[in-house]
Design a protein around this ligand. Structure first.
Ligand code: ADP
Ligand code: ZN
Length: 752
């Protein structure tokens, strides 16, 4: 008989089960066990031994799932590292890492089984039979080119792809054709093309293949050399390249090298939706090997990718969001974290509360793989590592091609109001810039970091504002749905016309979100096509693609949006970028506010003038003399970083310390208060003045529960391991204290 330690998807340690050798179960396999009197769980075999542990009654492993082990030895080390560093159980890492390949738990054995995984299907298109002849296609294109240039271009593209791919039957993946769904549907109904569903080809992993790589500029070549030297010296590389400098082209060269050597490549991106352009390019160059991974895929799709990769022998290119880090890899040679400063790499809402960028570095260490962190506005954490020589620092300071950096114009909102130089929410400078672009047939992006119509409404008589009954924040008015919505918990209610407090009929709309910007701009420029891109308009990947596609093709002139428009876009026609309210960004209470404000403004500014020498960014603010605004005008990242770092050092904030945040929550406010003080006192006895709080959390109330926070700063150089041990004692003491049974405690290491 053998004995196996099994990880269960729970916040609990591992348990031992007996293992019948007949089952042929190995380390890393998924198995089903019974745990508790009537529950069955999917678990992962962590280790196997032949000495019986000193436990009276051992339950057996009941069955094995899947023919391939799901977790390889290297991944085990990553899971263990994450559990240890972020202070959770390996089971909690498992819960997140395994993409529902089997039910985590059930009340009967029969309910847990392998998921039926079929090969992924994909849409393929081909030219209609008559057009598959080169001459006939040519004749058709000649005839229709003038009247229907888009149509003939697409037909040409399909023909070219078929030749390029050696597709004998003429069928090519639709995703490579680079045309919208409606366009394709129109071609189909005109009987110019045919379409069918086929299993997706995953391409061969022949290491010898030459890839069609972009030719690098001299500056890009130099940067690539620096990165390679860094990698040869065993260092992580920070690629600090301004927007539009061609970081992607450098990644592509590094990828090709690793893939040709038969290694796997992982590229992390902040959000998959924004990477449509990137993915198309990568699939074009490395087609067949590319696995896209994000949380909006169906569990089946994620399961397919996971299993395929678990059985792969290398040469895979994975592009995904932070959770892709947990995909099985055989032999990673290169890990890229694009936009490494982006907050979405941090998982804050559940354990493990990991930072994908930091874990990528750990993963690189475990596998001995090269790591590149890329950004136009690096996080101060990475910057300081680069400056101290711990990381290799590779800079790219010029834009590729003719695109010059945009001119930055600061527009003082208070002055505009005083002089009457403001229409609706737009200052005169903003309107002039928009005018200039539209007159020249160019495009405009307007950024406002609030979605909805108005962040709150208020009674003009008594000052009352409707708030969320569960979260105590103001409700945002949405015009499209004519409802008031809580942006924290999703609660919604009808918009009142009469004040619920004093019954006067005078509820005023306050502030402005993207919906209102869209409405106002459409009123000011009735002849322009305005579109909005935010969490409300881009609810699916498809709607996102459609909005972006129309803008890309020049069918819309002005794009109004939230954060989403700040990232990764590469549109040639944009010559005006407007930031409608920089004050929102500058006045956040968080210690990272200045860094984030700089990053956001530079990123959104980076969307302007990618193919032009005459572009501008207009920033509306009532604080034109704010230091961050000055750094943005000068485009001086180093000055911003120096000033910010001095401040962080003075107050002992990251990167000069690790910030651990304990969050307690409870339905009962009194119990919460006592528990928070009890915990903070205990922490002070162990950590002294490194402890701050308890304070009411930024969201004091959420979904009907009260929240309190305690912060702990562990200065750089001090032992985090020791700190975690002490903290675990605190966590245990609170968890086992009967008086505070109703209180939930979360620990967030390297909190944001
Ligand atoms: P970044 O990610 O640094 O903002 P991109 O990689 O998106 O920049 O490059 C900006 C634009 O310049 C893209 O349209 C890209 O195709 C183009 N570009 C950059 N370098 C090259 C190159 N070496 N050859 C061809 N096009 C390039
Ligand atoms: Zn709410």
């Amino acid at each position: 008989m053998l004995y196996a330690q099994v990880v269960l998807p729970l916040a609990q340690p591992m348990y031992t089960f007996s293992l019948d050798e007949e089952l042929a179960v190995g380390v890393g396999d998924a198995v089903v066990v019974q745990f508790g009197s009537s529950r069955y769980y999917t678990g992962i075999v962590w280790s196997i031994s032949d000495t019986r542990p000193d436990i009276p009654r051992l339950k057996p492993i009941l069955k094995r799932l899947y023919a391939t082990p799901l977790v390889r030895p290297h991944a085990q080390r990553l899971w263990e590292w994450a559990a240890d560093y972020y202070m959770c159980s390996v089971g909690e890492v498992m819960r997140m890492a395994l993409p529902s390949l089997a039910k985590p738990s059930a009340t009967s054995l029969a309910e847990i089984d392998e998921r039926a995984i079929t090969a992924p299907m994909e849409r393929y298109v081909a030219l209609a039979e008559e057009l598959r002849d080169e001459e006939r296609l040519h004749a058709y294109v000649e005839k229709h080119q003038r009247r229907a240039p888009r149509r003939t271009a697409t037909l040409d593209k399909i023909a070219a792809l078929a030749i390029e791919r050696g597709a004998e039957d003429g069928y090519v993946p639709r995703r490579l054709v680079d045309a919208g769904t409606t366009h394709i549907a129109a071609l189909r109904s005109k009987r110019l093309i045919v379409e069918k569903l086929r299993p997706r080809e995953m391409g061969t992993n022949d290491a010898q293949r030459d890839f069609l790589l972009p030719t690098l500029s001299a500056a890009q070549q130099q940067t690539l050399r620096t990165i390679k030297e860094g990698h040869n010296a065993g260092k992580v590389c920070l690629l600090h390249g301004i927007t539009g400098s061609g970081k992607t082209e450098i990644y592509i060269h590094l990828m090709a090298e690793a893939l040709s050597a038969g290694k796997d490549v992982m590229m992390l991106v902040p959000e998959i939706a924004i990477t449509t352009q990137l993915i198309e390019r990568l699939e074009h160059i490395f087609e067949g090997r590319t696995t896209i991974y994000h949380s909006r895929l169906t569990p089946l799709r994620r399961g397919q990718s996971y299993l395929r990769l678990a059985a792969s022998t290398g040469g895979e290119l994975i592009v995904g969001v932070r959770s892709a880090l947990f995909l099985p890899m055989n032999n990673p040679g290169l890990i890229i974290v694009d936009e490494e400063h982006d907050p979405s790499y941090k998982q804050s809402d559940m354990q493990p509360r990991y930072n994908g960028r930091d874990m990528a570095v750990v993963l690189g260490n475990i596998y001995g793989a090269n790591v590149v962190l890329g950004s136009a506005t690096p996080s101060l954490e990475s910057y300081i590592n680069a400056m101290s020589g711990k990381y290799c620092y590779a800079q790219l300071n010029e834009r590729w091609g003719d695109g010059a950096l945009p001119e930055v114009v600061i527009s003082d909102t208070l002055r505009a109001v005083k002089r009457g130089e403001r229409k609706l929410h737009f200052n005169i400078e903003m309107l002039h810039a928009i005018n200039d672009s539209l007159t020249a047939g160019e495009q405009v992006i307007l950024f406002q970091n609030r979605r909805g119509y108005a962040p709150y409404i208020q009674c003009r008589t008594c000052g009352y504002s409707p708030r969320c009954p569960h979260c105590n924040v103001t409700l945002t008015q949405h015009k499209a749905t004519s409802r008031m919505e809580c942006h924290y918990c999703g609660y919604s209610t009808e918009r009142p016309n009469v004040c619920p407090n004093c019954e006067t009929q005078d509820m005023a709309t306050m502030g402005f979100g993207t919906e209102k910007v869209e409405e106002e701009i459409a009123r000011l420029y009735p002849e322009a096509n305005v579109e909005r891109l935010d969490g409300d308009s881009a609810t699916s990947e498809r709607s996102y693609r459609e909005i972006v596609g129309r803008f890309e093709r020049g069918e819309s002139d002005i794009l109004v949006g939230t954060q989403i428009v700040t990232k990764g876009f590469d549109f040639g026609g944009v010559t005006t970028v407007g930031i409608l309210n920089a004050d929102n960004l500058l006045s956040s209470p968080d210690f990272r506010a200045s860094e984030r404000a700089y990053q956001l403004m530079m990123q959104v500014a980076g969307r302007a003038g990618r193919r032009s020498n005459n572009s501008r960014v207009v920033i509306q603010t009532s604080q034109p003399n704010h230091p961050i605004i000055k750094y943005v005008v000068a485009g001086d990242y180093h000055a911003m970083a120096r000033a910010e770092l001095a401040e962080r050092e003075a107050f002992g904030y990251p990167p000069y310390s690790h910030l651990v945040r304990l969050t307690l929550h409870c339905r009962d406010y009194e119990v919460l208060r006592y528990a928070a003080h009890y915990t903070a006192n205990m922490m002070r006895s162990k950590f002294g003045s490194r402890v701050m709080g308890p304070v009411a959390a930024t969201r004091e109330m959420l979904r009907g529960e009260y929240y309190a926070e305690i912060a702990l700063k562990i200065e750089s150089g001090a032992s985090m391991k020791r700190a975690r041990t002490l903290l675990n004692e605190v966590v245990e003491a609170l968890r086992t204290n009967k008086e505070y049974k109703a209180v939930t405690l979360n620990v967030d290491v390297d909190a944001w």
